[in-house]
Ligand binder design. Sequence first.
Ligand SMILES: N[C@@H](CCC(=O)N[C@@H](CS)C(=O)NCC(=O)O)C(=O)O
Ligand SMILES: *[C@@H]1O[C@H](CO)[C@@H](O)[C@H](O)[C@H]1NC(C)=O
Length: 228
Amino acid sequence: MVLKLFGSILSPSLQLVFVICEELNISYELHPVDLRDRTLLHSESHLQYQPFAQVPYLIDTLGPSDSDVLVLHESRAMAKYVAVKYGGERGKRLVPDWTDLVRMAKFEEGGSVEQNYWTPAALGIAYEFWKPLIWDTPGDEAVKEKHIALLHKRLDSIERILSKQKYMGGDARILELTLVDFSYLPLGRTLTVSFGLNVFDVPSRPHVAKWWEEISSLPSWKAVVAMM
Ligand SMILES: N[C@@H](CCC(=O)N[C@@H](CS)C(=O)NCC(=O)O)C(=O)O
Ligand SMILES: *[C@@H]1O[C@H](CO)[C@@H](O)[C@H](O)[C@H]1NC(C)=O
């Protein structure tokens, strides 16, 4: 059975899983779930798969029997699962070996930066843009501005990191792109392309600008963008 992804192409969370599938050339089936359908998201049948009434989630077969399946929600866990399951055979290691201590530690550090510093600020902005578009409620300009200021501060810190290392999931010695870098793409594009905010191409942050230029030009990401 082919990997089944449930959600929407418009969901930044699912876009992370898509770009990992594209990068590793993994085929999958998209089962669309309407983000605006609150009744569906809160239904017993949906909550069995995503207990927080959100998307995305995946279903994958684990063995030869179609009934031996893995159900998984949380986009980062989904992307890591796909990367570890297929990365080896495709010769691309987007997640380091757990026993490779320094790589593992720096990868976790980078992932924690994305999840705790980048994403809350970026999502705080995006929600105010999405409110009128998705939920028919006005966005709050003050909240939006507060998160924009926060995001700039956090990107200044990320500039510090990238002035010493090439990628967000490594260090000065580890020069490979990992899943951590990919995890900036969905909300990064949402802010810059969908909402026209220039957050990356700023003269005071040359390393961030160069890094963003490189990752946002990856063919795998372009393939995901073409699906939107
Ligand atoms: N921690 C979750 C977050 C998922 C999430 O934010 N889902 C959004 C779409 S990207 C959603 O379902 N929003 C609809 C809602 O909350 O009603 C993950 O990483 O998968
Ligand atoms: C991607 O996978 C398909 C089979 O699913 C194969 O035909 C194709 O050659 C692969 N592409 C690359 C670049 O490996």
